[in-house]
Design a protein around this ligand. Structure first.
Ligand SMILES: NC(=O)c1ccc[n+]([C@@H]2O[C@H](COP(=O)([O-])OP(=O)(O)OC[C@H]3O[C@@H](n4cnc5c(N)ncnc54)[C@H](OP(=O)(O)O)[C@@H]3O)[C@@H](O)[C@H]2O)c1
Length: 276
């Protein structure tokens, strides 16, 4: 399938790079108003306007801001998109609106997160009833080029996924900030405190990734095989030791309750915003 990406910003650009790296440039096209953005990404087949590109592609990844969608449709004319598989990453723009504006029934909504910028994203997706099996296989395959892909049953599922994967990077960065601040209060310099907190979490994420990937890498891989977060945590908490005391204190102070309340509040806000 030939794919044209409209929008070479943070997200469209990250998808282009990830897809070109994993699947090659041949079936990949890019369109953005700004040549310099497309040049910076190393795009090979690129256009300033969607018209000519749309003649060449079977599927279109819409990576413009939601408020730019109406202008895009005016520019292309709805008919130019009707026969394409449309994959939209526009937040909060429902499948029904995209279908109505383009007359295309084959619409897939995706919700990527920040990690796609380093090829380690988690992207949720949901397909309209008219998207074929082949369309769906293509979307899963395409998304796996920039990380993990999770199919959800309906568009509400994308909202529920978003408060985990979309907001999740902020939860992680927040914890890193708090640990950095705590290191400062224990007498470390700003530089050292950052090095300690960031380095610790980067190393931990790499261990978690090694566990998720299983025993593919010889002895080190075997040692890490199938370890999930809980298994790694238990490995760090020696019985009666200092880490175990820290975790017990987090639990006594309701850490799980606090996290759940934050995620629930995010979901409530997402519902409120849909009604605005
Ligand atoms: N950023 C995230 O973490 C995230 C997460 C999930 C979903 N999303 C969704 O991803 C989409 C893209 O976000 P982004 O942050 O990558 O946006 P962005 O950086 O603003 O990139 C969009 C690019 O598309 C260009 N563009 C707009 N209309 C165009 C047209 N008709 N023809 C050609 N180029 C056009 C824009 O140019 P101008 O700037 O000149 O308009 C800009 O270069 C949004 O819909 C957002 O909701 C983003």
């Amino acid at each position: 399938m030939k794919l044209g990406i409209i929008g070479a910003g943070n997200m469209g650009g990250a998808f282009y790079k990830g897809l070109a790296e994993k699947l090659g440039h041949e079936d990949l096209y890019l369109c953005d108003k700004h040549n310099e953005k497309m040049a910076a990404i190393g795009a090979k087949n690129f256009y300033n306007e969607p018209g000519e590109m749309l003649e060449k592609v079977d599927a279109v990844l819409i990576a413009v801001k939601p408020q730019a969608f109406d202008e895009l449709i005016r520019q292309t004319g709805a008919g130019a998109l009707t026969t394409k598989l449309l994959i939209s990453m526009m937040a909060a723009v429902p499948i029904a609106k995209i279908s109505a504006a383009t007359d295309s029934a084959r619409v897939v909504r995706i919700m990527p997160n920040l990690g796609v910028q380093v090829g380690k994203g988690v992207t949720g997706w949901v397909a309209s009833n008219s998207a074929t099996e082949e369309d769906q296989r293509y979307v899963q395959h395409m998304l796996e080029a920039v990380g993990e892909a999770v199919q959800v049953d309906d568009e509400d599922g994308l909202d529920r996924l978003s408060v985990i994967t979309g907001c999740g990077p902020a939860y992680f960065f927040y914890l890193t900030e708090l640990l950095t601040k705590k290191a400062r209060t224990l007498g470390f310099s700003e530089d050292d405190a950052r090095k300690m907190a960031e380095g610790t979490y980067i190393g931990s994420a790499a261990l978690l990734a090694a566990g998720a990937e299983g025993a593919n890498d010889g002895a080190a891989g075997a040692a890490h095989a199938s370890r999930d977060a809980e298994a790694w945590r238990r490995a760090v908490c020696s019985k009666g030791g200092v880490t175990e005391r820290a975790i017990a204190t987090f639990e006594e102070h309701g850490m799980e309750k606090i996290l759940n309340a934050g995620v629930d509040a995010a979901l409530k806000r997402s519902d409120e915003m849909k009604k605005m």
